[in-house]
Write a protein that binds this ligand. Structure first.
Ligand SMILES: [Cu+2]
Length: 160
């Protein structure tokens, strides 16, 4: 019965190592794409974190400034009371090329953040946070605050 042994389990020492070679090669080929993704994973996570851009105050990028008399195409306003957006989360719409002003007031001091564009403004109970910018990329962007983690609005910027 020993003559019906399958080729997959050859008697030890009778097979040249060459038969192992292709198997190893196949294994390596099969595993290569996976390890490639695993190697890229930290980079992908980093890119995703940058895209979300919920950075700490100390990592604030320089703010885009518009001339005080720049014509505003859209003026959006939100109010936060007790950590909730008054009237619920709003949807604000603009088009690429529009000059947008976002003003959010709150009953506490807060940090306002426009995701994607990654623009910030400070809110105090006395002064709303105001972000003014030219909408130069399309997409849907969260307008939120960091201290109470309140989603104020989704800004939808359509392609021109
Ligand atoms: Cu944020």
């Amino acid at each position: 019965m020993s003559t019906t042994q399958s080729p997959a389990a050859p008697p030890a020492g009778t097979q040249p190592s060459a038969t192992i070679g292709p198997d190893r090669g196949q294994l390596a080929a099969r595993h290569r794409p996976k390890s490639h993704i695993l190697r890229l994973l930290p980079v992908l996570i980093l890119v995703a974190m940058l895209a979300v851009g919920c950075g700490a105050a100390s990592e604030r990028p320089p703010q885009e400034t518009l001339p005080a008399d720049a014509p505003i195409d859209h003026e959006f306003a939100g109010v936060i009371v007790d950590g909730l957006p008054e009237g619920g989360v709003q949807v604000w719409e603009a088009t690429v090329g529009d000059v947008v002003s976002i003003s959010v007031s709150a009953d506490v001091s807060e940090e306002l953040h426009l995701h994607g564009y990654d623009l910030y403004a400070d809110i105090t109970p006395d002064e709303p946070g105001i972000i003014r910018f030219t909408a130069d990329m399309h997409g849907v962007f969260e307008v939120e605050t960091h201290d109470t983690d309140t989603l104020v609005a989704m800004l939808q910027v359509s392609p021109a």
